[in-house]
Design a protein. Structure first.
Length: 602
């Protein structure tokens, strides 16, 4: 493997050109059929030729300098089209392929916000969309362009805009946030942002000469794109990719791929590690081999669960997995992705804190055996030019280490803002500490502006600890309660519940605020102990552990809770659906599906 691209590779297309010239036949990406057997393999030269060919077509279509939707399954064509857009100076906006009418509405809203009618996709997806949703007004007016019908031409024939003409501050991608309510917001990620985030991530988790990636994460999602596509390209390490559905259907496939292809780096949200532990307990990991090659097991969730880290490390220690490989981190699309991470070859740090103090936004360490102890796991440290601090969201003053505040970030990975939302961008991406002059310069040493994340946490000994989401906090009798803590208690109330199966939130019925906990359960749990006893167990567990009485506990069938593309529960959408009555109890049969017209249903 060659070293990372030299400094003159200021953009991702520039890094691709470097790879194509220096290691043309090197393996770039391998796609696993059904998540197991190697299928299509792309070399750096093949990928560069394909990206340039698509860039030529995009330029001829007048897309240069404009935006377009990227609507591809997680496969090779997404990568070809993504890099083709970057070569042609097209700001691509990755969107999940629609499965329901609601998804088509999301597609329409994103296209409207991005100011485009062009949807880059595959011939198969375009055909399926027309057959299933062709009669819907949401799809009308969108032009579907099948990028997989573009043949790769020899490089002396293709003549797209040279990557060296791309401006580092130019928009390389529109990453739409998976917010729970309201209109979608497109984060403007620049070429410089991608370059800096790749450099910082590689500095935190070095690849070495034997670096290999394995990923099942959706490629249209920021975490999947960085760890599955862009970081492998930047470092020159091969990447083995499987469809997300292959992992969801059988989580052990992920671990089997890590062992089979000797992966050194692979990342996922916390729930994925929990699913693997469950699979092991149920005897479904017999084909998992040696995991000793796995040096960085990135864990991106807010917050990181100590129980998950410990149970995964203990469960897979006999397979060669080292506890020091577990690498919690923190990131968000507004910072390109990664903001902090646990340094390589260092076990995660955990603090046991007083739950009562946390309820008052205070940090007070206690013994891990204390009845009041709550484990809070470090999300690691920032590296290079990124800085992270906790700030009082009201006074805008920095918080001392023993006070929880809003997480603010400064550095070269902070994106340019939200597309077409100057006021929101100013408030979110260019926040200033109290007393900072409006004309104060920004620099790594004394940043003038910061990104307001909306997340809560504290910084202690240089490490970031994430405690919750500012808008999701539940306040009862003057105490703060973090919904993820209530959700973990609910999940643990009855054996057989799946990880990440609960949502806790507050609603206001006009007379009082109500605490609601929604829990997903499959058929087996619904039969035994049954819905009534399950509600009672959850109620008692929350009362015992948090001294709270839930006003309503709703049991729904598994798969009901709305989630983001990375699997996180959308609490605010849950609250909205609960309020309008569309979130239904598992005991209540769903209404009969309306009869659709032949045009829509055929």
């Amino acid at each position: 493997m060659t070293p990372p691209p030299p400094d003159h590779a200021r953009t991702i297309p520039g890094a691709l050109r470097t790879r194509s010239e220096k290691q043309p036949d090197g393996t770039a990406y391998v796609f696993l059929r059904d998540g197991e057997e190697p299928g299509e393999r792309l070399t750096w030269r093949q990928l560069d030729d394909a990206a340039r060919s698509r860039a030529t077509v995009f330029e001829e279509a007048g897309l240069a300098g404009r935006t377009a939707i990227l609507l591809h399954p997680s496969g090779p064509e997404f990568i070809r089209a993504l890099l083709g857009c970057m070569y042609a100076d097209v700001a691509g906006a990755p969107v999940q392929v629609p499965r329901r009418r609601q998804d088509v509405e999301t597609l329409r809203r994103i296209a409207h916000d991005a100011g485009t009618t062009t949807v880059l996709t595959t011939a198969e997806v375009a055909r399926d969309l027309r057959e299933r949703f062709g009669g819907l007004p949401e799809l009308a007016g969108l032009t579907l362009l099948a990028t997989d019908t573009i043949a790769s031409a020899p490089r002396d024939v293709t003549a797209p805009r040279d990557d060296r003409d791309l401006r580092p501050e130019g928009i390389a991608l529109l990453q739409y946030t998976s917010g729970s309510t309201g209109d979608p917001k497109g984060v403007m990620v620049t070429h410089a942002n991608f370059r800096c985030n790749a450099m910082e991530t590689e500095a935190l988790w070095p690849l070495g000469q034997d670096g290999v990636f394995v990923s099942w994460l959706p490629l249209f999602h920021d975490m999947g794109m960085l760890f599955g596509v862009l970081l492998p390209l930047w470092t020159g390490a091969p990447s083995y990719l499987m469809a997300p559905g292959a992992f969801i259907r059988r989580p052990a496939r992920w671990l089997e791929a890590v062992s089979r292809f000797r992966a050194t780096h692979s990342a996922a949200p916390s729930f994925a590690y929990e699913m693997c532990v469950r699979a092991a307990r149920e005897g479904r990991t017999a084909r998992v081999g040696d995991l000793s090659s796995w040096r960085v097991a990135g864990n991106g969730a807010e917050p990181i669960r100590w129980r998950t880290l410990r149970s995964f490390s203990e469960t897979f220690a006999p397979y060669g997995f080292a506890a020091r490989a577990m690498a919690p981190g923190y990131g968000l699309a507004e910072n390109t992705l990664k903001a902090t991470g646990t340094p390589q070859d260092r076990e995660p740090t955990v603090l046991f804190l007083s739950a009562d103090a946390l309820g008052q936004n205070r940090v007070r360490p206690v013994s891990g055996t204390d009845d009041d102890a709550t484990p809070v796991v470090s999300s690691g440290v920032p590296v290079l030019d990124t800085q992270v601090r906790a700030v009082d969201p009201v006074t805008l003053e920095p918080c001392p280490p023993d006070v929880i505040g809003e997480i603010w970030i400064s550095g070269p990975c902070v994106a340019a803002g939200y597309l077409g939302r100057p006021e929101m961008s100013e408030a979110t991406f260019r926040a200033r500490l109290s007393g900072t002059a409006a004309d104060a310069p920004s620099s790594a040493g004394a940043p003038g502006t910061h990104l307001r994340t909306g997340d809560l946490g504290f910084v202690r000994d240089g490490e970031l600890y994430v405690t919750g989401r500012l808008k999701d906090i539940i306040i009862r009798q003057g105490r703060n309660h973090y919904p993820q803590d209530l959700e973990l208690t609910a999940e643990s109330a009855v054996s057989g519940l799946h990880p990440n199966c609960a949502a806790a939130f507050s609603t206001d019925d006009g007379t009082a605020e109500r605490l609601v906990v929604v829990v997903e359960a499959d058929g087996k749990v619904l039969r035994e102990p049954g819905e009534r006893l399950l509600r009672a167990h959850v109620h008692d567990a929350i009362r015992e552990h948090h001294r709270l009485a839930a006003d309503d506990i709703l049991i729904v069938r598994r798969g009901t809770l709305p989630r983001t593309s990375s699997g996180k529960v959308r609490r605010r959408e849950c609250a909205q659906r609960y309020t309008d009555g569309t979130l239904r109890s598992a005991a209540v049969p769903p209404p009969a599906a309306p009869v659709r017209s032949a045009e829509v249903s055929r």
